[in-house]
Design a protein around this ligand. Sequence first.
Ligand code: AMP
Ligand code: ZN
Length: 112
Amino acid sequence: MAAECIFCKIIDGSIPSKKIFEDNEVIVFNDINPIAKVHFLIVPKLHIESLASCEAQHQALLGKMLLLAPKLAKEQGLSGFRTMINTGREGGQEVFHIHVHVFGGGDKLPRT
Ligand code: AMP
Ligand code: ZN
């Protein structure tokens, strides 16, 4: 838990979210500013800053997050989707608590 982290606050319930899945290790909620019809974020409960801060001990957790993507995408009605992990400011990361974006729905997504 990092005191000033918005996703840690969502995890502890002090900031509301549109939750679509939760277990002891992971929470999944809709992005507040969606870029597609369906857009949710897969977030570990452990505060890890970014993919660049992950270590071997996080391997299983990262795998679990990725495996959740197709399962939840299907539940949300998507037949195809895109995953994205922004890493570091230059990578477009704005919230420094690692998360996997999953989005899709509607028209075919553009190439980039
Ligand atoms: P990134 O640029 O990969 O760090 O993405 C951060 C994402 O978090 C953005 O898509 C934001 O729209 C989303 N976001 C920020 N605050 C919230 C919030 N309170 N609830 C849901 N999503 C949020
Ligand atoms: Zn955090």
